[in-house]
Design a protein around this ligand. Structure first.
Ligand SMILES: [Ca+2]
Length: 164
């Protein structure tokens, strides 16, 4: 994905999330230099209560296997009981959702004080529902049940097309 390490931003407003990154939900999401997995910046989110998080639309895709990867960091001081999940919507031309592919919900309690990797491999079929072609992906990370006082850091959120 573009700007997968969050190193590119608005020099006048370095904490601002810049396109093509977007986010949904009642969440505070910013660029930050407090922690980084690679480079200097990551993305920090807090106040996420249900199924929210950053996402990005890809360009035109071809069928095949894809791998989505991100790294996340939860400081040891965090007391959240929340969870994280990779979630990709497969979209048809015009943006309508055909289907989605997701990981399970991974509890944060296993992951404090170190960068952890979350990844999965999924397949995009040549067509769905008897002839609907996939055109684009919406690649998302979904966070749930996250306390407003805790901060979660995300870096190196990438998507790869795997060889056939
Ligand atoms: Ca980075």
């Amino acid at each position: 994905m573009q700007n997968s390490s969050f190193e590119l931003g608005n020099p006048q407003k370095p904490s601002e999330i810049t396109l093509p990154w977007r986010y949904w939900g009642t969440t505070v999401t910013q660029r930050t230099y407090e922690y980084a997995h690679t480079g200097t910046y990551s993305l920090v989110t807090s106040g996420v209560d249900q199924a929210a998080g950053p996402y990005q639309y890809t360009g035109a895709i071809t069928p095949g296997k894809y791998k989505a990867v991100l790294y996340y960091y939860l400081p040891t001081s965090a007391t959240t009981s929340g969870s994280i999940q990779l979630w990709t919507n497969i979209l048809q031309s015009g943006g309508g959702k055909i289907t989605d592919v997701r990981t399970g919900n991974v509890p944060f309690s296993w992951a404090k004080g170190q960068w952890r990797k979350l990844d999965y491999i999924f397949e995009v079929k040549p067509d769905y529902n008897g002839g609907v072609a996939p055109a684009q992906l919406q690649v998302c990370v979904t966070i749930r049940d996250f306390k407003t006082t805790d901060r979660l850091y995300i870096d190196d959120f990438s998507l790869y097309k795997l060889a056939d």
